[in-house]
Design a protein around this ligand. Sequence first.
Ligand code: EPZ
Length: 429
Amino acid sequence: MDRIHITGGTPLNGVIPISGAKNAALPLMIASLLTGETLELVNVPRLADIASLSRILGNHGVDHMVVGKRPGQTTETGQTVRLTASNVIDTTAPYDLVSTMRASFWVVAPLLARFGEAKVSLPGGCAIGTRPVDLLIMALEKLGAQIEIDGGYVVAKTKNGLRGGEISFPKVTVGGTHVALMGAALAYGTTVIENAAREPEVVDLAECLIKMGARIEGAGTPRIVVEGVSRLHGARHEVLPDRIETGTYAMAVAMTGGDVTLEDTRADLLHSALDVLATTGTEVTSTDKGIRIRRNGAGIAAVDVTTDPFPGFPTDLQAQFMALMTLAKGRSHIRETIFENRFMHVQELARLGAKIRLEGDLAVVEGVERLKGAPVMATDLRASVSLVIAGLAAEGETQINRVYHLDRGFEALEAKLGRCGAEIRRVRT
Ligand code: EPZ
């Protein structure tokens, strides 16, 4: 299994291009099941999760074509992918495929909306908590689906197609909102989604569905209204920039010091995280090219953070921010409110010399003078990258094991950091 070796202590300087968002590309690819015409997606990142979903869609019969590179494009320029679901041969998503990636469960909505049936494996356990799908099932039932759980599968059916309904989520759920949107787009009549997730990836999906002929109002607010249509058509859509990748590199620069411009991204996608970063003493400037992050010499101030649904501080940046706080001057409190078990990075950061105490959903971080490199590993994507950030700032060598977690969500990580001066390399074993 590959490892990443980092020799820490070098400030980062230069430019990092930000990729298309994994968490937008996944539901957009799934939306291709809603039409028999071609959906062309531009700026799709090259990631293991994207490849897994392509396999799952291929299993349903979706035709998948990657458009060749044009002159001037590099391996890091996002791909253009054409997906055509004109000949869906199977409405079952089997366990061995769905278990590799939770988001693939969302295929249940377009399959049910277009074909009146879907059999999709329950996604099962997950390293960051129990992550049930009860709210996704509730949303589909509100649209008139009959749902049974049988042998670990969700078996969903409709007699005469889905019908518009009132879906009121007791808790904000990104996946639930994606599923509700895709189901309602082809349902008969009006659907109102209350307490909808406002994440930029939800807005991106809604915008793509609108290009495909859907009638959606209010995406980006807690109340979304969808007028169902009888069919959707093909479209071309560019995946929005990855706000979590943006925030991750911003925190890396804040921790190592230096001056980096994050290109092809937008500050409005992560205001809360950038505001917090500014409070730590990092200079954050929006430019016409992207976002410039600078910290030169000044210490890192300790700041308290609580994760929340958008526009709050994202849970997907909690581990990275904790890495930064390990070198802050003073004590910081980090509360995780979205997932109950998202602190696996704590023990690994401790191996580098961090001082962190856990009290339920609260991590109390006592800033230390310096971290020291060590072998570490992590069990999820964002936890892994928090160790990369800490390794970049630690003295000596850090070895990160289980690199496949990073490959799920960070495109060309070593190349992007390496060009900014980081001493980072992948060792194939
Ligand atoms: C999405 O997961 C993201 N994944 C996650 O990113 C992200 O952490 C999460 O949203 C929160 O922002 C993708 O977009 C592919 P939720 P999702 O439904 O949709 C509970 C990453 O690293 N809940 O918003 O699965 C759930 O347990 C990943 O890229 C229910 O109780 O998250 C959690 O506590 C990790 N019942 C909360 O809601 C349900 O039926 C929010 O989860 C569904 C969710």
